[in-house]
Ligand binder design. Structure first.
Ligand code: DC
Length: 251
């Protein structure tokens, strides 16, 4: 299992006054940050930028469920076949590697970064992830990825995967704003999409992810709620850094 991580600014946070803050407990390059929230709230963008700023790995757990969905799809395994999906999950060979295009996802040695983001696999990743045995099979893998610190994003990071995370952020945005973000993202990739369909799909995915019996999308009691509806990316990152400084007792 290889995991690339941003090295810039390793172990340092810069306070609003500009001075560097080091030697915190835990060391900043080993802190664990959990970011949860619904699809399209900005989790990946925030986690990626925070990882770069703090010099810690960024771990996208949605990519793991997506890779599993892709493999199952290719093998003709049904989204309802819990036993075979769990078997597949246990053997899943997934790697994250950074290159000049950003973080890339490898499944059994194949770069699947684009293949896991098609509308079909996006839809399939939600029902595949609802099975308790699948989630159990992927639990240790996720904990291992964050054992030396990192920014991990998903749906159940603060509640199940890293209940002891140093900082927990729950990111939200209205359905309309999230659908519009996805619309622009997919359009840029050349997909013909309809905004209303996307809104419906997002609502459906939210409903599934929030109502499943195991590890539903839910805000941890000790998480900080951050609504990104009216925030630019820079403001979102600044706000998250403020939360991190406050939680870690620095600044
Ligand atoms: O974050 P994403 O859109 O890439 O996630 C794809 C799907 O994976 C999402 O519909 C729910 C599931 N998922 C999950 O159940 N738990 C996680 N920690 C991350 C994603």
């Amino acid at each position: 299992m290889a995991l690339g991580g941003g090295m810039e600014g390793r172990g340092r946070l810069v306070s609003s006054q500009g001075e560097k803050m080091e030697n915190q407990s835990p060391p900043l390059n080993r802190i664990k940050i959990a970011i949860d929230g619904p699809a399209g709230a900005g989790k990946s963008t925030l986690a990626r930028l925070l990882g770069g700023k703090l010099g810690i790995p960024y771990i996208d757990t949605g990519a793991i469920y997506r890779a599993l969905a892709l493999k199952a799809f290719r093998m003709g395994i049904s989204e309802d076949d819990e036993e075979n999906l769990a078997k597949l999950a246990k053997e899943l060979k997934i790697e994250f590697k950074r290159d000049d295009r950003g973080m890339r996802v490898y499944l059994d040695g194949e770069d699947v970064s684009e293949a896991i983001r098609t509308p079909e696999i996006t839809r399939l990743s939600s029902p595949v992830s609802k099975h308790p045995k699948v989630r159990e099979a992927l639990l240790e893998l996720q904990r291992k990825l964050a054992e030396n610190g990192g920014v991990m994003e998903g749906r159940d990071i603060g509640t199940v995967i890293l209940p002891d995370a140093d900082v927990k952020i729950f990111l939200t945005a209205s359905t309309k704003v999230r659908a519009m973000r996805r619309y622009l993202e997919l359009k840029e990739k050349g997909y013909e999409v309809n905004l209303e369909d996307l809104e419906r799909e997002i609502e459906e995915r939210d409903r599934r992810d929030s109502t499943r019996s195991i590890a539903p999308l839910r805000m941890a009691e000790d998480a900080i709620l951050l609504n990104t509806d009216n925030l630019t990316i820079e403001e979102m990152v600044e706000e998250a850094l403020r939360v991190i400084r406050e939680k870690c007792g620095i600044g």
